[in-house]
Design a protein around this ligand. Structure first.
Ligand SMILES: [Zn+2]
Length: 310
């Protein structure tokens, strides 16, 4: 009997240790971290800034064909400008700010993007790190991962004169040990927990057929229903290299004028919040944060099971 108990406890401890080390990426998880920022949407854009030669992403011909549709949704669209520049204009029009997760390689291949970053920085947007080459971190060694963060970090500091605080790994893939390793480096210890997202518009899957005011408005309405019924703040993931993301943002900000109960959160608030959560997560090697995350996950699963049984 005693042996069986010891064996079970040991097995449980091994399973917990395995889960902690292998599956727990120690990310900033909206459900866990943004509970006191309910009804706030934090806009975030990855993979930019769009290069001047890639103003239309992959779909230059289709987009030219869709000029009229684009102008119907956003009459101020500047066809000579990049998607990032058009997005910055839309955000300025509504006096809203966002987090831009920068793909470092873009800064090296196209120097004109430096000015875009500086304009975003001066407009009050938060400039954040999204690795250098956008390779899946699972395919890289620990040293290569850190190098990916370090290279983009140096480029961004060189342009804005400020050290970035937020980091988002490509495809959201990350591992706990990488976070610890980052924090051991004096130049990277200012980074908060890697920031995930709680809703994605899946703009990377959208085709020209999805560029219609009605379709985008339907998606925005669905999203706002989710935000309204959610228990925590929302981090919205989009990519400023796609036209869809700019038009979705435009429709979303227009719609929000009719919904004062939902706000676009200031990204500086998200940075402060992330820093506070990170400080508490750093204590005890992240164990309390891990237990809280797993506890809430379990609670959510149990709730969905009880809903099915009802
Ligand atoms: Zn990305």
């Amino acid at each position: 009997m005693v042996f069986a108990l010891i064996f079970t406890m040991l097995l449980l401890a091994i399973l917990l240790a395995y889960d902690f080390w292998v599956r727990f990426g120690m990310r900033f998880i909206a459900d866990v971290c943004l509970r006191d920022l309910r009804s706030q949407i934090f806009l975030s854009y990855d993979d930019g800034p769009a290069s001047s030669s890639m103003a239309w992403g992959d779909s230059i011909k289709d987009a030219q064909r869709l000029k009229k549709t684009i102008l119907d949704i956003d009459p101020g669209w500047r066809f000579e400008a990049t998607t990032t520049a058009n997005l910055a204009r839309v955000l300025a029009e509504f006096d809203r700010r966002a987090v831009f997760f920068i793909h470092g390689e873009n800064l090296e291949t196209d120097r004109s993007t430096h000015e875009v970053i500086l304009d975003l920085h001066h407009a009050g947007h938060v400039i954040a790190n999204h690795s250098f080459s956008h390779t899946r971190f699972m395919h890289l060694t620990k040293e290569q991962c850190i190098d990916e963060v370090r290279r983009t970090d140096a480029l961004l500091r060189g342009i804005t004169g400020q050290a970035p605080v937020l980091f988002r790994p490509p495809y959201g893939q990350w591992h706990f040990s990488r976070t610890l390793q980052m924090w051991r480096r004096p130049s990277l210890c200012n980074y908060a927990l890697p920031l995930g997202w709680s809703h994605a518009t899946r703009d990377w899957e959208m085709t020209c057929a999805d560029l219609s005011y009605e379709k985008i408005r339907d998606k925005v309405t669905q999203f706002l229903d989710n935000v309204r019924s959610g228990n925590s703040g929302t981090v919205l993931l989009q990519h400023d290299v796609w036209i869809y993301a700019v038009l979705y943002t435009k429709v979303l900000l227009e719609e929000l004028c009719n919904h004062p109960e939902i706000r676009i959160g200031e990204p500086s608030l998200l940075v402060d919040h992330a820093q506070r959560i990170t400080e508490s997560a750093k204590r005890w090697g992240g164990l309390p944060y891990y237990l809280k995350e797993r506890g809430l996950l379990l609670k959510g699963r149990l709730r969905s099971v009880s809903r099915i049984q009802r």
